[in-house]
Design a protein around this ligand. Structure first.
Ligand code: MN
Length: 244
């Protein structure tokens, strides 16, 4: 089933509902916490997975996808809603929450990051084999020197996360491409917390829950498998939005 069919079946409003699951993609990385709210506010909802649980086999197995989406992501959404309830965060969009959250707001940091990161992560993968366009390749080659250097850097960032976290390809506030990593469920939208701010246009979840059932302790093998399922047209779309 392709994305459009899925949307029809799921009764969603349109392509935008799927390609902008967290309601934050139109945002500029330079945005501040006082930016107007663009996305949904609490209570947040778990977006449906835009393909079947087994659609990424053999790269990512069905049971991992099912537990990851329904239980892990579902849990972040529920705990985020509980955490913002009755606080000043309740009137903010998810992007604004992330811009504003500090290390003191532990539950909102972890679960707000968890909701955003996973909402984006599902869109960055596709059951259909895709390839980067010449335009995206040129942008990445000029930022990193070569495509191989980019993949190496991204892979090294992912391998280098100690414990749980994420590696990201981001567009910085000065519109530069950069590879960074964050621990736990932090992300580069957390302006009060991270060193390098930016808008993620690709990210890989390197928590063990993302790969352990199939790849066990072999994180590098999972990273290799991830490259097989990257949704390059979606990455390019998000790149274009971030560069505006
Ligand atoms: Mn995860």
């Amino acid at each position: 089933m392709d994305k459009r069919e899925f949307i029809k079946l799921a009764g969603l409003a349109g392509v935008a509902a799927l390609s902008n699951p967290a309601g934050v993609l139109a945002a500029s990385p330079a945005r501040t916490a006082t930016a107007p709210a663009t996305g949904p506010k609490a209570p947040f909802e778990l977006p449906p997975l835009p393909y079947a649980f087994d659609a990424l086999e053999p790269n990512i197995d069905k049971l991992t996808m099912e537990i990851h989406h329904d239980k892990h992501h579902g849990g972040y959404v529920k705990k985020l809603n509980d955490a913002v309830n009755g606080t000043a965060f309740a009137s903010l969009s998810l992007e604004q929450i992330l811009n504003k959250v500090t290390a003191k707001d532990k539950a909102i940091r972890n679960n707000g990051g968890g909701h955003y990161n996973h909402s984006m992560f599902w869109t960055w993968m596709s059951p259909k084999k895709t390839t980067p366009s010449d335009k995206l390749k040129t942008a990445i080659n000029s930022a990193f020197g070569s495509w191989d250097t980019f993949q190496q850097k991204f892979g090294d960032a992912a391998k280098g996360v100690f414990g749980s976290g994420w590696a990201w390809l981001i567009v910085t506030p000065s519109k530069k491409l950069s590879v960074v990593s964050t621990p736990n469920q932090d992300n580069p939208l957390m302006h009060q917390i991270v060193k390098e701010r930016g808008l993620p246009i690709l990210g890989i979840d390197v928590w063990e829950h993302a790969y352990y059932l199939k790849h066990q302790n072999r994180r590098p093998e999972y990273i290799e498998a991830f490259w097989n399922v990257v949704n390059w047209p979606e990455v390019e779309k998000q790149y274009d939005m971030a560069m505006k």
